[in-house]
Design a protein around this ligand. Sequence first.
Ligand code: ADP
Ligand code: MG
Length: 449
Amino acid sequence: MAVPVEHAPTAATAQGVDIFRTEHLRKAFKTPDGAELLVLDDVNMHLSEGEILVLLGRSGSGKSTLLRMLAGLVSSSGGVALHRGQPINGPVPGLAMVFQSFALLPWLTVLQNVELGLEALKVPAAERRARAIAAIDLIGLDGFESAYPRELSGGMRQRVGFARALVINPDVLLMDEPFSALDVLTAETMRTDLLDLWTERKIPTRGILLVSHNIEEAVLMADRIIILGSNPGRIVNEMRIGLPHPRNRESQEFRDLVEDIYGVMTARPTGRDAVRKQAPGIGLRLPSLSVNALAGLLEELDALEKSNANTRISLPDLAEDMHFSVDDLFPLIEGVELLGFAQVEDGDIMLLPAGRIFVDGSLQERKQLFARHLTERVPLVARIRAVLDERFNHRAPDSRFLTELEDHLSEDEARRVLDTAIDWGRYAELYAYDDNAEVFSLDNPEAEE
Ligand code: ADP
Ligand code: MG
């Protein structure tokens, strides 16, 4: 089971064996209109020697930004980031990175691509060659030294990326979703290969930070997992994974951990976050989802409920059933929860009575139910409708609402949220929207009193 981890400094950190440590780290980007986009807030984390730390979070939660700040590639906007006790203010020595996909130079062979990493370090040519060959061997590309990138599969190209990172004998390895562009089998082989290198100490690397949005991958690889929430990215939970390697995905302990993390990642925020998130009013971040996608989830829940004779469906089972990643599934869950059609509790999801009525309803009944839930639960939609009702000509330009949204959200986010409100409100027949004129109007004003 997941064990919460103490935040107080341990004896180890007092002795300074942390590879990385951040305190109240903050990052805000400037948007083109001069506003601040807060991406990371109050991040307190550390990477210790000897551990694989997985940074888990949904897309957009700031994982890559944090990784790049630790690498010294992005400056901070506040707080402290230390590498072995020293403030980070430039590229960190002894560090190698692996990304989702590699920009291999197409006119160089595998060997030459791997050697590149050493040229920058001014390693003599003969040693460069020997070390590159060893790294290629280590990563399982023996025999492909003189192949060109175009002759390799995606998985093999990614192996070249790993070889290029490992050839410098990095003290620390930062990996940003390195397996997420690979097919399922290749990804799994590469995860186990990397774990073998690490657990059998075939690489001198002292610490690994892996960024992921894949819960199973995190539980498979991590000694410790940090879960990052979104808007702004903030650590919401931390857990130690004590299972010995090799880990069995089918074991009960493994599955329990996965389910725990689903629970944590879908839990409603408490404390400081709850205050912030409960009263967003018009600025509520509607997920970008079509009504069809929402209806699809409700129908799937209904079907699972019937076939399992159980009203609680575990989120990992649902994800597997729908072939959905966390990034596909979580916005959908947010959508149906927001609308009051389903509810999540401890990593399980269940239909609420309104959700069941929706599933069983005719198109017209669905639209009416959707309209009611929308107006009651989505302040933006209620506002658009109220403005249209009040106006003499029952029309309003979308700029009127965008301006209001931009008090709470960035320009892009405001547009995105308004687009969702347009889509949902149209389905519910609460209003019409003219895409060319960018104007809202009442569908049938005479019929409305
Ligand atoms: P993740 O890796 O978790 O998907 P990122 O760190 O890539 O998240 O991005 C977090 C947020 O920061 C996103 O909203 C993204 O649009 C924004 N962001 C990232 N880099 C920049 C940048 N250079 N300028 C402006 N915004 C950025
Ligand atoms: Mg990223």
